[in-house]
Design a protein around this ligand. Structure first.
Ligand code: XMP
Length: 585
């Protein structure tokens, strides 16, 4: 298990210095995928301690380099002839520490962009010159490069998108080579690792199960594991690994019906071997009554899970034995919950609330997947022989429909602007590695490019949705105050079941990564809600693209949704991640 800050092994060949970025851990993973072992360390690690490594990569991060207290590095790392690659904030930090300057850009640059890279003979960029797709998430830019550096790449928005000081083996890129949307990012990282750092292959990413099972046996010792399963990929893979490692007698699976699950889910999971169902709908829904704030919803749900665990242990008289809790937490759950030293809190995943932290501190939790991303978990599932129908299920969040049932504290009218209607329903987003919580812009055009331009230009909104169909003009709709009620959850469950059935029948669900269906309190007195469709494509959930669905399917979905009681409109989320997260919250 590769955990951040694990001290016992000698330093790996390539070290990633954590400046707080959402994609920091992903960089280390991408290097490992190249066959070279890599780990993450705090950015401030003293230069003397990294003398043995072959290269350093400084990650992105949510801060501005000139803010007091923002992450920094020991300047000594730049003067030892050691190759260093700065990514995003990492590039800005390198420029700043070495005497260049950084300033706030005129506008942000979030999502896809075109990089114009010079055709240099430098080994980092060799063979990569010319225009190419990259992925950006920043507002700050390098204004002046330090002495000895030259600018080798730029975009329409960012004049300093790639810099090089080859004689000193120092490089920087404003874009993110570690995310899949940067089409040649893997080649760039490979050039850095092999051509600049001269690292040697020392890691095989395709045989992880035996290592993880050994780690489970070590951390569980003689105890038994009480495992929360949800029927999703992560918890099923983690549960199966624990069972393989410890034997069926020592692992018990419990599925909690929170009342926030999709239609048919409880029936599906109750067929799983070794899993029993705990009905706790009333507890969860009562605890959520009157709540509108998204983080509060998540905390309540997480704490209810802890309570259910305590009740089950007590009711089944397991107290006399030493039980610990098992969870299928994966890496993005931790990073988005602000769980690494410097990362910004985007949203608290249900498996990262205070009650769970207490168990972690007490050493009473086993989470075999905490260093993996979703696609790695699927690969691992294949390695241990789980069926494809299970591994290919779309991800579904632990807090369930609660985070797709949007609430509002106030009654509020829509506001017209030259760009479209501002809908005063707030949703969570992630911009420049930081959380945002802002209203939505509704436009009439179904056009992703328009939506991306609007998001980059406007402040004060973090999502753009297209109106597909509504029973009234938008000027006649309003947002009303409402919280999470059983009736609203039921309405969402019915809408979700319609969308799921039709997208499955058309085969569309196989072409996408996930398809949240979101209920927003926008409508008329007679039909107070609207539905937002959010089909996305992704590899690991850390970044995602909004996907266009076939128009015949969209028409069919709209027809069925608008025939439901209480629904006034159907909208389509055109926002990529970032700046919008996949879930609305
Ligand atoms: P966001 O909304 O952050 O979601 O872009 C990224 C992926 O994570 C899923 N998600 C969760 N999964 N517990 C989970 O098990 C959670 O609390 C949670 N929140 C979001 C989300 O559905 C998407 O696939």
């Amino acid at each position: 298990m590769i955990a951040e800050g694990q001290p016992e092994r000698p330093l790996p060949q390539i070290l990633v210095l954590d400046a707080g970025g959402q994609y920091c851990h992903l960089i280390a993973r991408k290097v490992r995928e190249l066959g070279v072992y890599s780990e993450v360390r705090p950015s401030e690690i003293p230069a003397a301690e990294v003398a043995s490594v072959k290269g350093l990569i400084i990650s992105g991060g949510p801060n501005s380099v000139y803010d007091p207290g923002s992450p920094t590095v020991d300047p000594g790392i730049f003067s030892r002839g050691l190759p260093v690659l700065g990514i995003c904030y990492g590039q800005q930090l390198m420029a700043y520490v070495l005497g260049g300057s950084v300033r706030k850009g005129e506008k942000g640059e979030y999502g896809l962009a075109t990089l114009d890279l010079d055709c240099t003979s430098d080994p980092l960029f060799s063979g990569l010159g010319g225009p190419q797709q990259i992925w950006m998430s920043h507002r700050d830019v390098v204004a002046e490069v330090p002495e000895g550096f030259s600018v080798v790449g730029r975009t329409a928005t960012c004049a300093v998108a790639a810099v090089a000081a080859p004689r000193r083996k120092l490089y920087g890129v404003q874009f993110h080579p570690e995310v899949v949307q940067t089409t040649r990012g893997r080649e760039l990282l490979a050039n850095f690792v092999f051509r600049i750092c001269c690292a040697q292959p020392d890691w095989d990413p395709s045989h992880r199960a035996p290592i993880l099972e050994e780690e489970i046996r070590r951390s569980v010792g003689n105890r038994k594991v009480f495992f929360f399963v949800s029927g999703g990929v992560d918890s099923t893979v983690a549960f199966t690994l624990c069972t393989r490692a410890l034997g069926e007698d020592r692992v018990r699976g419990v599925y909690v019906d929170t009342g926030l699950m999709r239609a048919g889910e409880t029936e599906f999971v109750s067929q799983m071997k070794g899993v029993s169902v705990e009905h706790a709908q009333q507890h969860f829904l009562e605890a959520l009554a009157g709540v509108t704030d998204p983080e509060e919803k998540r905390h309540i749900i997480g704490e209810q899970f802890v309570r259910v665990q305590e009740q089950v242990i007590e009711a089944r008289r397991l107290l006399d034995e030493d039980w610990i809790l098992g969870q299928g937490t994966i890496y993005p759950d931790t990073i988005e919950s602000g769980g690494t030293a410097k990362a910004s809190l985007i949203k608290t995943h249900h498996n990262r609330v205070a009650g769970i932290h207490k168990l972690i501190t007490a050493g009473r939790i086993v989470e075999p997947l905490t260093s993996l991303y979703k696609d790695e978990v699927r690969e691992l599932g294949r390695e241990i022989g789980l069926p494809a129908e299970l591994l290919d299920r779309h991800p579904f969040p632990g807090p369930g429909l609660a985070i797709r049932c949007l609430c509002s504290e106030f009654d509020a009218p829509l506001r017209w602007t030259p760009d479209g209607w501002i809908i005063p329903v707030h949703s969570v987003g992630v911009q420049g590695d930081e959380r945002s919580y802002a209203p939505v812009l509704a436009i009439e055009q179904f056009d992703h490019a328009t939506a991306t331009n609007l998001i980059n230009r406007l402040t004060g909104v973090n999502r753009v949705i297209a109106k597909i169909q509504a029973t009234k003009p938008l000027a006649k709709l309003e947002v009303r105050a409402c919280s999470l009620t059983p009736e609203r959850v039921e309405r969402l469950r019915a809408a979700d079941a319609i969308v799921r059935r039709l997208s499955h029948a058309s085969g569309f669900d196989h072409r996408i990564w996930q398809f949240p269906v979101v209920l927003i309190p926008l409508g008329t007195a007679a039909a107070p809600e609207s539905i937002v469709l959010r089909p996305v494509d992704s590899v690991d959930g850390m970044t995602a693209q909004s996907v266009t669905m076939p128009s015949a399917l969209l028409e069919e979905i709209c027809g069925e949704l608008l025939a439901q009681d209480g629904i006034s409109g159907v909208f389509y989320d055109l926002t990529h991640k970032p700046p919008g997260t996949i879930e609305w919250e």
